[in-house]
Design a protein around this ligand. Structure first.
Ligand code: KIV
Ligand code: ZN
Length: 504
């Protein structure tokens, strides 16, 4: 029988440690639910002892997903393990993931402990975690720079103490496929009872080898791969889930291992993570990049017309791209529009569908063909919850010989408020006018603009991240008018701030 590989997704924990990738609780729940649809076996929902915000989101995720294991990360400390257990105990399948560094450099300079002290702490803490939870994962941090004999000893000890999964992380992205293959093989050949538990790997991408190293480990007998969507993660990131999974699917001959991933959900999951973090993947990124299925050269195009397999090793449909070719335009009715949304798997309520349909009609009047990407952008915008401030009107006066001036007119609690400002360009002027209206000081952390499709009539999609205190608020909007996208995204972020805890 073909062996199974478990897919452990750490987008919400290691992924979130990526600069600019922090997410709020609602966003994390949305990603967790999508990861469940994608078919991952385990999600690492966060590091509960690191902050109260992380604790709350891990707890909320543990209570929101039903079919998959939910892991919480804990240092090998009683207090971390207690906090983690409190956060995950309501999950259907909770897992405590505890770790301690095992390389000489980490033990000496970071932990300031002897190997003997580290060994003792690891065993005691796995034993302690086991009194709370059946499923315990133990990670030997910086395993690839750990002396092999010490690695075997500590792994054997934690298995005896009750670990159900042992993880061999390449914490600093230092190893190579050949070396990592030997490390995993070494663990398999030198640790007692290793076949009774899962061997996991967790590779960082500092040398661009995270996926290759993970696959080498699979060949050497690893049974779980830890990865993140779009490869986000600490520093250069983690092994990208979509790359590991598609490599195993396309090259079944080399990696004859099954997994539970529904690959047709890959593109949607990648887009969701991009939308929520505002971090775009590079156009030439494997599997999910904008150009991953684009054929530019004439020779390639000719080959593709004759037989797609000349230049395509996997189909766009296999990752859920262009699954639905239905063309929507200004003559499409509400019924066709609704069934399109249903077929694409969007879960929207009646009010949201109404709102998106109105915007779709407006867009179809301006643009001949409305693409699936256009519709996805409209859907993303409409998910903004309640609106404290609703834009009524704006006017922009700009040119190369005048100072841009923008007036903004909004409604709040049935009252109209208007203000005007000048700025360095119309977007800056618009934001300043809105600031005067809402009278709260935010810091603009991110402003990203991109064309949703090609052509000069493309919608410009704006992503905004505002920071206030320790927290941040996102807004997103797409329109063929980029000043409107900017204003609406800015107001979306502000409305998210006001919605939180019912601020007025
Ligand atoms: O990279 C690493 O070593 C980790 C561990 C906590 C598993 O993220
Ligand atoms: Zn990591």
């Amino acid at each position: 029988m073909e062996k199974m590989i478990k897919i452990f997704d750490t987008t919400l924990r290691d992924g979130e440690q990526s600069p600019g990738c922090s997410m709020n609780i609602e966003e994390k729940i949305e990603i967790a639910k999508q990861l469940e649809k994608l078919g991952v076996d385990i999600i690492e929902a966060g590091f509960p002892a690191s902050s109260i915000g992380d604790f709350n989101s891990v707890k909320a995720i543990a209570e929101s997903v039903t079919n998959i294991s939910v892991a919480g990360l804990a240092r090998a400390l009683k207090s971390d393990i207690d906090t983690t257990w409190e956060a995950i105990k309501n999950a259907k399948r909770p897992r405590i993931h505890t770790f301690i560094a095992t390389s000489d450099i980490h033990m000496k300079y970071k932990l300031k402990k002897t190997p003997e002290e580290v060994y003792k702490q690891a065993i005691e803490m796995v034993r302690y975690a086991k009194t709370k939870c059946k499923d315990i994962e133990f990670s030997a941090e910086d395993a690839t720079r750990t002396r092999p004999e010490f690695l075997y000893r500590i792994v054997e000890g934690v298995i005896e103490a009750g670990a159900t999964v042992i993880n061999i992380p390449d914490t600093v992205g230092y190893t190579s496929p050949e070396e990592f293959y030997k490390i995993i093989k070494g663990v398999r050949e030198n640790v007692k009872n290793i076949d009774t538990i899962d061997i996991s790997v967790h590779c960082h991408n500092d040398l661009g080898l995270a996926v290759a190293n993970s696959l080498a480990a699979v060949k050497a007998g690893a049974t779980q791969v830890e990865c993140t969507i779009n490869g986000i993660g600490e520093r250069a990131g983690n092994a990208a889930l979509e790359e590991v999974v598609m490599a195993m699917r396309v090259r079944k001959d080399i990696y004859p291992r099954k997994n539970k991933i529904n690959t047709e959900e890959i593109y949607k999951t990648s887009q969701l993570v991009t939308r929520i973090t505002g971090v775009e993947v590079q156009p030439n990124k494997a599997v999910v990049g904008e150009n991953a299925f684009a054929h530019e050269s004439g020779i390639h195009q000719h080959g593709m017309l004759e037989n797609k397999e000349t230049y395509e090793i996997m189909t766009p449909e296999s990752i859920g791209l262009s699954k639905n070719k239905m063309v929507l335009g200004k003559h499409s009715g509400k019924h066709a529009f609704e069934s399109y949304l249903e077929e694409c798997g969007y879960e929207l309520d009646k009010k949201e569908i109404e709102e998106i349909f109105v915007r779709f009609k407006e867009l179809a009047d301006k643009k001949k063909d409305v693409s699936p990407e256009d519709i996805e952008a409209l859907i993303d915008d409409t998910k903004i919850i309640e609106k404290t401030y609703t834009l009524k009107r704006y006017t922009v006066n700009t040119g190369n010989t005048i100072t841009p001036i923008v007036s903004i007119n909004v409604e709040k609690d049935g009252k109209i408020i208007e203000n005007v400002a000048i700025g360095d360009g119309p977007v800056d002027a618009a934001f300043k006018a809105i600031d005067k209206i809402v009278n709260v000081k935010f810091e603009l952390k991110k402003y990203v603009i991109k064309a949703v499709t090609g052509g000069s009539d493309a919608q410009g999609e704006v992503f905004i991240r505002l920071e206030k205190g320790e927290k941040y608020y996102n807004g997103r909007y797409a329109s063929t008018d980029i000043v409107e996208s900017s204003i609406m995204a800015y107001m979306g972020a502000i409305n998210n701030y006001f919605n939180e805890e019912g601020r007025k």
